[in-house]
Design a protein around this ligand. Structure first.
Ligand code: AMP
Ligand code: GLY
Length: 424
């Protein structure tokens, strides 16, 4: 079969790497892809939100399945676009429809969903411009620190953790009255701060059946020792030692099953991945957020641990028989170190020539923000490469990924040397 992946990051590189290994995949296309995805398939110069362009491409190239990487096309309704089109409706899309994508696209929608289905999450209230005064009054009664979340997608910037009441009042006012995050902050969720360690849990579902993929820990801060600004993610590790069988049983019983059952009760179809961002507080799982897609850079650590045919699992999602598919997971450790541009996550350097990737033999070099310029690979994004290795022990994996990252060079090169060492 012929498969089209939408996206261009490290996540889509990891999908492409895994799918290219399947005997079930004849032709693989990645739109738009990057300088690395061309190793696994054919890059297609199309934007992920160019639905008309995607339609033409899918029909002209006999695409049999579309895998959507990022949230934006899902929240904008790419799956619905296929279902509502006579020529496209029989071509499966892996990734939820617009209604379900609100689990990520609207914090208020996801909090209401969790409340309705008794899924453990922080206490919250939602306010709009019209209820700003009530919001300010609520802040005065809530404890500190307090978390403010723009309701809509805000490119990962819409969550503010405020440590003083003054800061919280100021931010709430800017978000609601001054549209700090544009439309995304026309509603704001105020929620209780949860203390603990974060964990990324991934579920694949056809809407009835589900499979739990390997969990991962993501490192969001730019600086070593989890300091400095938030980023898209500086590294990941899978498995995560504290997420042992007993812990994952709690997650399955209290979060995963109620989520799948909740979607069914609400009559919300869901075919795709559910990324559950959890806070582990003293051994108890609390949901921080849902995402309607896989995580990046978690996918880079998750895919190498999946030993089964990933295309077969995607077909299970598409055809509604995921329960009949096999998911075998390696017990080795995958570690991913993300290499970023100088200046990232602020204004960052671009168009730098990347050298040394040919010297890497024990890790997979997943490309993210890269493109080809004549003979050279150059950087185009903030997150440039994700270096992933799979090893027998966690220590070996962390050491190998870090050592291999240091074999690559470009002007302004930066990566964290401490990814995963807190877990040892
Ligand atoms: P989100 O966009 O919901 O993933 O939030 C971004 C980050 O903010 C999360 O990964 C957490 O690190 C942090 N965060 C969000 N909600 C909370 C909360 N209720 N308590 C503590 N930290 C939070
Ligand atoms: N790594 C976090 C995310 O993909 O949102």
């Amino acid at each position: 079969m012929n498969i089209l992946i939408l996206g261009s990051g490290g996540r889509e590189s990891a999908f492409a790497w895994k799918i290219a290994q399947s005997a079930k995949c004849q032709k693989l296309f990645i739109a738009p892809g990057n300088a690395g995805t061309g190793q696994y398939g054919t890059n297609v110069n199309l934007k992920v939100t160019d639905f008309a362009g995607i339609k033409t491409f899918v029909l002209n190239n006999d695409i049999n399945l579309v895998l959507v990487g990022p949230e934006e096309p899902l929240v904008k309704g790419v799956h619905d676009f296929f279902l509502n089109d006579e020529q496209l409706k029989s071509i499966p899309v892996v990734g939820p429809q617009q209604e379900a994508a609100q689990l990520e696209g609207s914090k208020d929608f996801s909090k209401q969903f969790m409340e309705r289905h008794n899924i453990p999450t922080a206490a919250y209230k939602t306010f709009t411009k019209d209820t700003l005064q009530n919001g300010l009054a609520y802040l005065a009664t809530a404890g500190l620190p307090i978390v403010l979340k723009a309701d809509g997608l805000a490119a990962g910037k819409g969550v503010l953790i405020c440590t003083t009441l003054e800061e919280a009042r100021q931010e709430l006012t800017e978000m609601l009255a001054e549209a700090k995050f544009g439309d995304a902050s026309s509603s704001v969720v105020i929620e209780q701060f949860l203390q603990g360690i974060e964990l990324s849990v991934f579920v694949m579902t056809d809407g009835k059946n589900y499979k739990i993929l390997p969990e991962a820990k993501d490192y969001k801060r730019i600086g070593e020792g989890d300091t400095g600004l938030n980023t898209g993610g500086m590294g990941s590790v899978s498995p995560v030692p504290f997420a042992d069988a007993a812990y994952m049983k709690k997650v399955e019983e209290r979060v995963i099953i109620p989520t799948i059952e909740g979607l069914k009760k609400d009559n919300i179809p869901y075919k795709g991945f559910i990324f559950i961002g959890l806070m582990n507080s003293d051994g108890e799982p609390w949901v921080i957020e849902y995402n309607c897609r896989m995580g990046d850079p978690e996918t880079e650590s998750v895919m190498p641990r999946i030993q089964s045919d990933f295309v077969d699992l995607l077909l299970g999602v598409a055809e509604g028989n995921l329960d009949q598919k096999e998911l075998i997971i390696s017990d080795k450790t995958a570690a991913t170190v993300v290499m970023v541009a100088g200046g990232y996550p602020g204004e960052y350097l671009k168009n730098k020539v990347i050298t040394g990737t040919e010297n890497i033999h024990e890790s997979i070099v997943f490309h993210a923000g890269t493109s080809i310029d004549g003979e050279n690979i150059i950087s185009t994004g903030g997150r440039i490469l994700a270096i992933t290795t799979l090893q027998d022990t966690m220590f070996a994996a962390l050491q190998q990924a870090t050592a291999d990252a240091s074999r690559i060079y470009y002007d302004g090169m930066y990566f964290r040397r401490d990814i995963g060492f807190d877990l040892l």
